[in-house]
Design a protein around this ligand. Sequence first.
Ligand SMILES: Nc1ncnc2c1ncn2[C@@H]1O[C@H](COP(=O)(O)OP(=O)(O)OP(=O)(O)O)[C@@H](O)[C@H]1O
Ligand SMILES: [Mg+2]
Length: 232
Amino acid sequence: MKIKINNLFFKYKNTDVLKNINLEIMKNKITAVSGVSGAGKSTLLLCLNRLYEEFEGAGVSGSIHSFLDNKWVDIFDRSVHLPWLRQKTGLVFQNPNPFPMSIEKNLLFPFRLLSAPKIESENLETEIINTLKKVHLYEEVKNRLKMPASSLSGGQQQRLSIARALIAKPEILMLDEPTSSLDPESEKKIEALLMELKKECTIIIVSHSQEQIQRISDHHIKIENKTASALY
Ligand SMILES: Nc1ncnc2c1ncn2[C@@H]1O[C@H](COP(=O)(O)OP(=O)(O)OP(=O)(O)O)[C@@H](O)[C@H]1O
Ligand SMILES: [Mg+2]
């Protein structure tokens, strides 16, 4: 097991979103999360890396324990270092969001964070190349690393966003509808990539597509009426 959620309640300022969530997320598996629009899928992801704290008035109760750096961590513990938690629990958003800088600088960005693994500068180039190869983007961008990331196609931008999450070496990789804005060809590439990545990461993917969930998930959680149930 990688994550254990007990009795989780969540609210934004005036809106109760999640109630009494109890879930176990398995290590090195792909867990899909589904539910209608507004059900609380993205919110559940924000709980797992405490990104909800960026919203004033948001509050949680209950507990989430994640197995990170070989130990169980109570992630709501105030002593948890947030940059470390967010490095360990990477998040890829629904719309590809390359930062307004070059492809290469997008990938160097996580190293500006305090908790990204320290890498000698001469090894950074190798790290960039290896990560781009891992997301099957290297051949397409190897001659334009210094060009703006915004010049990439949507599917390429999403693979870059995944690369940027991966270069920080997360143990948990969360993806919020990562293929919803992509063509079927790019969608297939990302699905194949996730199947490979589960060897090294525990993956949680929010998806609206029943077909996609069937193709790639080992487990499926549905959020309905503010609570979550594991379908398999
Ligand atoms: N920052 C916020 N402040 C207040 N309410 C919010 C905030 N973000 C989301 N909500 C509300 O919380 C509920 C859950 O939103 P959430 O984004 O988690 O849903 P979702 O399942 O991801 O939906 P979708 O499929 O449309 O992305 C919704 O009612 C939404 O309007
Ligand atoms: Mg959402």
